[in-house]
Design a protein around this ligand. Structure first.
Ligand code: AMP
Ligand code: TRP
Length: 336
């Protein structure tokens, strides 16, 4: 009889804060859809992570549902993938605490996201912000994930996750699968439209990013206003021409064309024409997602069903890991 080969497992998470951006789409979401047939995938809306900065409860709730609708609208099939809210599986918080006890202050102090976010929120440098990468490690290890599709900005956090998992396994034996990162070849770091040396981020001002739900005229306006340079050449040179390089990367990631092909097509035509072509490409990608989003986000019964089924399926896997971890650590439940 043919033996069923166990598929490799994928885990990734996205915070339900602000508007999901084109960076989230190219760096993460789009890959999620491409992986769903080959792998056993879990995608979590990581609402506990979002609490490291102050959130308005009504807005957070809306953002959670919006994020789930965008996941579905981008082509993630909830039968093939487990799509769920992190806070609905309490084991994340539990394993997060346990792993805190195996992570050093020095390691966490080196995290660039912590440094950036504590500079940005100087009035609220809370312990959650500091321990954020440990919760992320717990997310991944809870499901024994083999692969983690993420943008380049999360590489350092994934390294920490591997270090903590190896440390834990070193003490207790093979408890956790050591995960690998999975990065897109082009577009792992989509940059801000206004400051193309910084990553595009949904927590920055509106004109610096394209939201997945931005309407076509808004997308075109933002791309036309994107910072470039004055030499009017469309060549890929991230160091000296970061603005143009960013727009070329976006076009390349969405159209599959190489930088040379793009350069051959648009060099010499002026930035106006090039920017319009980039906008066409972005609009062509996002318009169908937006139409699906409108349909899905209005269907509360469907969203409820996806949410409930995701929670149950995720909980069952998490429960198995927690039993193993608890046993290794000597904490309850025991069988006397
Ligand atoms: P976040 O918005 O921080 O929750 O990020 C969710 C996912 O999107 C992570 O895998 C990030 O690495 C990815 N991501 C966020 N911003 C970008 C960007 N500007 N370029 C590429 N990937 C990104
Ligand atoms: N830290 C990630 C980000 O800000 C989101 C995240 C939380 C995540 N847990 C995760 C990503 C687990 C991958 C795997 O982008």
């Amino acid at each position: 009889m043919e033996q069923q080969v166990q598929k490799k497992r994928i885990f990734s998470g996205i915070q339900p804060t602000g508007n999901l951006t084109l960076g989230n789409y190219i760096g993460a979401l789009r890959n999620f859809g491409l992986l769903q047939d080959e792998y056993d995938c879990l995608y979590s809306i990581v609402d506990l992570h979002a609490l490291t900065v102050r959130q308005n409860p009504t807005e957070l709730r809306k953002a959670c549902l919006r994020t789930m609708s965008i996941f579905l609208a981008s082509g993630l099939d909830p039968e093939k993938n487990i799509i769920y809210f992190q806070s609905q599986v309490p084991a994340h918080a539990e394993l997060g605490w346990l792993l805190d006890c195996y992570t050093y202050m020095g390691e966490l102090s080196r995290m660039t996201q912590f440094k950036d976010k504590s500079a940005k929120h100087a009035d609220n440098i809370n312990c959650g912000l500091f321990a954020y990468p440990v919760l992320m490690a717990a997310d991944i290890l809870l499901y024994q994930a083999d692969l983690v599709p993420i943008g380049a900005d999360q590489k350092q956090h994934l390294e920490l996750c591997r270090d903590v998992a190896e440390r834990f396994n070193g003490i207790y034996g093979d408890v956790f699968t050591i995960p690998e990162g999975y990065f897109p070849k082009v577009g792992a770091r989509v940059m801000s439209l206004q400051e193309p040396t910084r990553k595009m981020s949904k927590s920055d001002p509106e004109d610096t990013y394209i939201a997945i739900l931005d309407k076509p005229d808004v997308i075109r306006k933002k791309i036309r206003r994107a910072v470039t340079d004055c030499d009017n050449t469309v060549v890929f040179d991230p160091e000296n021409k970061p603005g143009v390089a960013n727009l070329m990367s976006i076009m390349s990631a969405l159209s599959g064309r190489t930088m040379d092909e793009i350069s051959a097509d648009y060099n010499g035509l002026g930035y106006g024409k090039f920017k319009d072509a980039v906008a066409d490409c972005v609009i062509a990608t996002l318009e169908p997602i937006q139409a699906e989003y409108e349909r899905i986000s209005a269907d509360k019964a469907y969203l409820q069903q996806v949410m409930d089924s995701g929670r149950e399926r995720a909980s069952a896997i998490a429960h198995k890991t927690m039993l193993k971890v608890r046993k290794k650590l000597g904490i309850a439940p025991w069988k006397l």
